[in-house]
Design a protein. Structure first.
Lengths: 156, 156
DNA sequence: TTCGATGCAAATAGTTTGCATTCTA
DNA sequence: TAGAATGCAAACTATTTGCATCGAA
């Protein structure tokens, strides 16, 4: 059977998040559930704009301003994390295992890496500069393997 | 000798950059020189907006669109580097010793650190993920020592 | 003289805000 | 029913683009 490209929602994760919302005294609305469902659909990192488009498909009529306000609330509530990629865009994801992000400056690919990779540098920055690193909050920019390869070929 | 806090323009650095512009066949204009002077005045990282304001003082009449276009050109020419801080803003600086940036999410402070601090993690990312890190291009987000201190005091 | 650089104005993208209305709890 | 959340429209900020003009080489 051909692979379905329809993103699978993770109902359990959504239910947990909704429960947490209730527990915090926030209200559970159509827009919020839709946004949580969209964020649960895939591991991919989605910008506010991506979220708005996807929400538009499962819950038409949700206004863009609501998307922004709700994403903000969800971040404040600790249910959603956002990461700053290069070029100013922020991407959102349900808070699961925190991880760091590598972004390729050529093709835009985002690679998730376990935070353990940054533990050593984090310790060093704390020791030397008193700086407490938040490894998941901004992407590290660079060039991915395949773009790197393309560079090398081109330079011959 | 005491450090001067007045932003000193670095004429030599500007001259070098101007020479490089000429060498590349680009034209040397009032706007470009002014922007280079502004970028040479201080070690601080300046946003496009900061640059526009400072240029406005030494060379009135330079249009904002020119600031953006020129910063772009200078980056392409390799004379200027830009770094993505959190929240989407980019800051520009003359390309001198490349360095990494730590940004405090509370107070916005930017700390420059030698790239050597990131060498180990860079090697690791290359080995494990084939990702070539560009350590100066995005800031690492976290919390600086004094804000950290404030946090601790507050939580008592 | 030529063509790259600039000024201007308008368009665009992304995000935020005030206010009246809706709907969860 | 109260007040949180939403829809709507408009404001805002940051940045980009087309086009005519200017000016460095």
């Amino acid at each position: 059977m051909a692979a379905r490209t329809v993103p699978t929602r993770n109902a359990a994760r959504v239910a947990t998040a909704v429960g947490e919302l209730r527990a915090q005294g926030s209200r559970v609305t159509k827009a919020r559930v839709a946004i949580l469902e969209v964020l649960s659909t895939s591991e991919a990192h989605q910008s506010a704009d991506d979220v708005a488009k996807a929400v538009g498909e499962i819950a038409p009529g949700v206004h863009r301003a609501t998307i922004y306000r709700t994403l903000d609330s969800l971040v404040s509530a600790g249910l959603v994390a956002h990461t700053h990629l290069g070029h100013g865009t922020a991407v959102y994801q349900l808070t699961i295992a925190p991880h760091a992000h590598l972004q390729c400056q050529r093709c835009g690919l985002v690679i998730d890496v376990p935070q353990s990779n940054l533990r050593a540098v984090g310790k060093r920055l704390l020791d030397d500069f008193g700086f407490t690193l938040d490894p998941g909050h901004s992407a590290l920019l660079g060039v991915c393997a395949s773009c790197r390869q393309a560079d090398v070929l081109q330079s011959v």
